[in-house]
Design a protein around this ligand. Structure first.
Ligand code: HXC
Length: 520
């Protein structure tokens, strides 16, 4: 027979863990797991240590004195995820819709402080109706403090948000301030103002999902980095993502034995670029052939697919892959792909992840929509991110590297450590056809027929390509370190990575400053 005090503790614990069975049933009926079920799937068995299980809110207005639950609608603590520590925050929708009040927020802030002190990642499972309406300004204060912590943690520890239910109003800004956002396809939505307000203000008719569902955010707004089919899948994605990342900015990412031969040469690469420069191919295949087999983990696959970003392993080391994909819009750089690339480069730099860039882009996208949409300031972000990054930067120019895009995509001139080109590389101020139109304008005017003009243009473009748009001019200046056969790409990158593994930021001593002012 246990002492009464111990009996009481056991009862309280049981009460906190059990929750409200009717609300749990409703949660399951919505196709969602509870906060505790999610944590159980996420952490290694028996490793979760809960914080603040006995915290209660202090509100009394609107009957709040009668609506109290231990934990106040959020479970926080730390545990091991695939053997590595992380702080976990899981909102409990079964208590007042996971709404965020003063004490709920205080628990989140405290958990994040732990993560910062211990230097471990934060995983935040969102499922909440937003600010707890009954708590008024105390709830707003709570949000403010959570956002403040997100910013303090930015670049110090990785932060992953999964949105597994509603995420409305200001609540969206915590995930938005974190590094990666995963949304469940059928059960989550995120928006600043919901369908009813939208209808009232603009007259637009939308439901939650067409306004702010996972697919919308993964393809259109760029807010969601990954879409999960359900809660279980979201948790698998979190685990995979964490496996590539260091615990904090002072550590290197883990090295994993992938069993893939670092000297593997792939002859398929030699023929992957079509001889006709107007033909396209999918850069995913290049990446798959070069990185350790089966290790490419793409981020934002459906947003701005003309650019590819993601993590992979090379000889077991985590690398960040950035590439143009000629299979979409010819691999052009536009507003969205600039945002996608620049943010990913900055993340890799913050967390000591070398950046491997595969270039095949005709340049920045022309057009009124792009110019008026701010391609100048968005495009500038890529320049800023690569210039600022001090991690090893290795660039492979596969084919087109024209104009500003040549400079932006990890060129030597922005501080790349090692740049190589395939023999198919075309490095020039602009594409050969455009260049020929300008250089041979007078000759072209003499053409008697449009057919003759076309034939002349083709001939001049070919001459430009032969004389200027090839890798040997850049190689002769030392702007690229080498021209390699495509099948040599994997061993070449791995050797460079090994050589640069001890790289420290000594190359560019910087003027002391608080921080730069990057384009936004
Ligand atoms: C208090 C809330 C709540 C909230 C939900 N609940 N949201 N309680 N504050 N913000 C309660 C509900 O009253 C209900 O309680 C329980 O949670 C479950 O909610 P349901 O409505 O039954 O669930 P569902 O049908 O799935 O709908 C979920 C929902 C809806 C879409 C989230 O509840 C909703 O629209 N809630 C209000 C959302 C909102 O306007 N939030 C404020 C956003 S403004 P009972 O007792 O009935 O079970 C904001 C400002 C932050 O967040 C600014 C920060 C800068």
């Amino acid at each position: 027979m246990a002492r009464p005090e111990i009996e009481m503790l056991r009862k309280l614990r049981e009460q906190a863990i059990k929750g409200d069975p009717r609300a749990i049933e409703k949660q399951h009926a919505r196709g969602k797991l509870t906060a505790r079920e999610r944590i159980e799937l996420l952490v290694d068995p028996g490793t979760f240590v809960e914080f603040d299980m006995f915290v209660k809110h202090r509100a009394t207005e609107f009957g709040m004195d009668k609506r109290v639950a231990l934990g106040d609608g959020v479970v926080t603590g730390w545990g091991l995820i695939n053997g590595r520590p992380a702080v976990v925050i899981a909102q409990d929708f079964t208590f007042m819709g996971g709404s965020l009040g003063e004490m709920h927020a205080a628990k989140i802030v405290k958990a994040m402080q732990y993560a910062l002190e211990a230097g471990v990642p934060v995983v935040f499972l969102n499922d909440s109706g937003g600010a707890r309406i009954q708590e008024g300004v105390d709830a707003l204060k709570g949000y403010g403090e959570v956002f403040y912590m997100n910013v303090m943690a930015s670049g110090v520890v990785p932060q992953i948000a999964a949105i597994m239910g509603p995420c409305a109003g200001g609540a969206v800004y915590s995930p938005a301030l974190m590094d990666f956002v995963i949304m469940t396809r059928k059960t989550s939505f995120a928006f600043i103002t919901g369908p009813r307000v939208v209808r009232a203000v603009t007259g637009e008719q939308v439901d939650e999902f067409s306004l702010g569902g996972a697919d919308v955010h993964a393809t259109k707004s760029g807010f969601a980095h990954l879409v999960a089919e359900d809660d279980k899948h979201a948790i698998e994605l979190i685990k995979s993502l964490l496996s590539y990342l260091p615990l904090n900015c002072m550590e290197d990412p883990p090295i994993v034995d992938t069993g893939d031969d670092p000297n593997r040469e792939e002859s398929e690469l030699d023929d992957i670029v079509p001889s006709d420069p107007s033909k396209v191919y999918d850069m995913h295949r290049v990446i798959e052939l070069v990185v350790d087999r089966g290790t490419f983990f793409e981020i934002m696959p459906s947003f701005a697919p003309n650019a590819i970003v993601g993590f992979a392993r090379m000889n077991g080391r985590t690398v960040g892959i950035v590439a143009n994909n000629p299979a979409y819009l010819g691999g052009v750089l536009d507003i969205d792909s600039s945002d996608k690339i620049s943010r990913f480069v900055r993340f890799c730099d913050a967390f000591n992840i070398p950046i491997i860039t595969f270039v095949d882009t005709p340049g920045y996208l022309p057009g009124v929509a792009q110019e008026h949409g701010g391609i100048i300031r968005h495009g500038a972000k890529i320049l800023y991110a690569y210039s600022e990054a001090s991690v090893p930067k290795i660039t492979i120019i596969v084919r087109k590297a024209y104009g500003g895009a040549y400079i932006a995509m990890g060129s030597k001139h922005l501080g790349a450590d090692f740049v190589v080109a395939w023999p198919t590389a075309e490095i020039a101020v602009m594409g050969p056809e455009g260049a020929a139109e300008i250089i041979w304008r007078k000759e072209l005017e003499k053409a008697a027929t449009p057919e003759e003009r076309q034939a002349m243009l083709k001939k001049f473009a070919e001459e430009y390509r032969r004389r200027i748009a090839n890798p040997y001019v850049a190689a002769s200046r030392g702007y690229i370190e080498n021209v390699i056969e495509p099948h040599e790409t994997r061993p070449t990158i791995i050797k460079a990575l090994e050589f640069l593994a001890s790289k420290r930021d000594v190359k560019k001593p910087r003027v002391p400053k608080k921080h730069g002012v990057p384009p936004t």
